[in-house]
Design a protein around this ligand. Structure first.
Ligand SMILES: NC(=O)c1ccc[n+]([C@@H]2O[C@H](COP(=O)([O-])OP(=O)(O)OC[C@H]3O[C@@H](n4cnc5c(N)ncnc54)[C@H](OP(=O)(O)O)[C@@H]3O)[C@@H](O)[C@H]2O)c1
Length: 266
């Protein structure tokens, strides 16, 4: 992968981006991001708070805007391989920014628990992520010719991406169906999820997310995609560990063989 593109703005921002990813990882070890019922409520949700659906849509929206804008400013925007990456990107972020939040089942009476600080941190990540990838794919990268489709990195990356995305969406679906479509206020907010990736770990949705970004980094073979993989792993691995401990503490009958995020390992 290419460290220096020769573009001072891009190269400087990339270094800052990796420092930011290290910061996210360091801070995640001391406490996970303040959103969601388990981690966003109570004292942690001080300041401006949003409802889950609004918080998610607002936070992820730059993912649907920055990438296409920068993409079409690049000289190779009309080439086949960059266009394939555009389709994958828009597919991914349509799910994350619109489909998943709108399908979410929110417990009535649960207070707004999405901190505005989390939304702003998400914007910083998505601005950098969208810019790094779009600018590299349509301007700085030189390997996105038609031959790239035959390259094992593209094919393996696509396979990893598809596996991760499927695991993520399937796990989100299992969690969603733990609540009735219109949950009543006296329905228990949390239950133990079973089936799919939950047979092995407490957070297969996070494992799937990390796999998707691993696949995207391999298939595009650029450091801008490694940046978001680092931010995602730095955020979601500690969050999975906190979530796993939360399950063990709150459910006496929690399956003891489950790991937090990586089957048999962690
Ligand atoms: N790329 C990234 O850096 C990144 C970062 C964060 C999340 N994500 C992705 O975004 C998606 C949502 O993430 P999240 O952190 O909000 O995940 P989450 O903890 O999986 O929550 C998702 C939804 O399921 C509900 N839920 C969770 N556990 C439940 C249980 N045991 N019983 C009943 N309902 C339950 C939550 O309700 P409550 O809100 O009431 O808790 C929420 O509505 C995941 O696919 C994740 O991979 C990506």
């Amino acid at each position: 992968m290419q460290w220096y593109t020769g573009n001072a703005l891009y190269d400087t921002l990339l270094i800052i981006g990796f420092a930011y990813a290290a910061l996210i990882f360091g801070s995640s070890l001391f406490g996970t991001a303040a959103y969601g019922g388990r981690f966003g409520g109570g004292k942690r949700a001080k300041g401006i708070k949003l409802g889950s659906k609004l918080g998610w849509v607002l936070m992820e929206l730059p993912g649907l805007i920055v990438f296409p804008v920068v993409f079409f400013m690049g000289t190779n925007a009309d080439q086949l391989v960059p266009l394939i990456f555009l389709v994958i990107w828009m597919f991914h972020y349509t799910n994350r920014a619109l489909v998943a939040p709108l399908l979410m089942r929110v417990q009535p009476g649960s207070t707004a628990s999405f901190s505005l600080g989390v939304v702003i941190a998400g914007w910083i990540t998505l601005l950098l992520h969208g810019y790094f990838n779009a600018a590299y794919i349509t301007e700085f990268g030189s390997h996105y010719t038609k031959e790239w489709l035959q390259d094992p990195r593209f094919q393996l990356g696509l396979l990893i991406y598809a596996t991760g995305f499927t695991l993520n969406v399937h796990s989100d679906r299992i969690l969603r169906h733990l609540r009735s479509p219109n949950p009543s206020p006296d329905e228990p907010r949390y239950k133990i999820p079973y089936g799919g990736g939950f047979r092995w770990v407490s957070c297969p949705q996070y494992f799937g997310e990390i796999l998707s970004f691993t696949g995207f980094a391999v298939m595009t073979w650029n450091l801008g995609a490694v940046f978001v993989l680092a931010v995602t792993a730095g955020n979601l691995i500690p969050r999975a560990i906190f979530t796993h401990r939360w399950f063990l503490k709150n459910f006496d009958d929690y399956p003891p063989e489950r790991k937090a995020i990586i089957p048999y390992l962690l």
